[in-house]
Design a protein around this ligand. Sequence first.
Ligand code: 5GP
Length: 180
Amino acid sequence: MNSVSYEGMIFDEYISKEEIAHMVQEVADRITHDYQDKKPILICVLHGAVFFLTDLMRALPIDCTVATVHLQSYDGVASTGQVRENVPLQTDIRDKDVIVVEDIVDSGITMHYFKQILRSRQPRSIKVAALLTKPTELQYPDAKPDYCGREIPKKFVIGYGFDIHDYARNLPAIYALREA
Ligand code: 5GP
């Protein structure tokens, strides 16, 4: 099995780059269908979603723009339970159709918090596209993604944007922490 090691922990390949490409295309097809006559703004949640955002955007044959926000809730392999807005959203979203592009929805605290900020800025609509979600961990129902590449069980994953202390994002596949 293809494995990598970070910080003394072993991670096994979990989702191949071919499977990721397929998941991204499926999400893109659904968004294309739903936004035919709209020009959505894709808000990329940095840094984790940057790989998903660029692949997703290139698979969208509709007019769309991009904006960024840097949110952080994880430290290492665990959630801190708090969301930090390290770099706020700078773009005016009033009356715009917003799609938040996120790497993963876990407890949902990040999306719950960010949607509150977005609502106060009066967009026309807000949807969330997440590459992955961990449904068993979801604590904030309003954070459930509208578009999701794949549901996974409770696992810590790295690669394709997912980090461990900011490393491993550049792995082309997604790897899961091997259970002891
Ligand atoms: P939530 O706020 O939903 O609990 O967590 C969302 C954020 O936590 C994600 O944007 C991501 O940064 C981080 N996160 C959650 N699960 C994982 C994981 O398995 N691996 C990595 N690297 N980050 C995760």
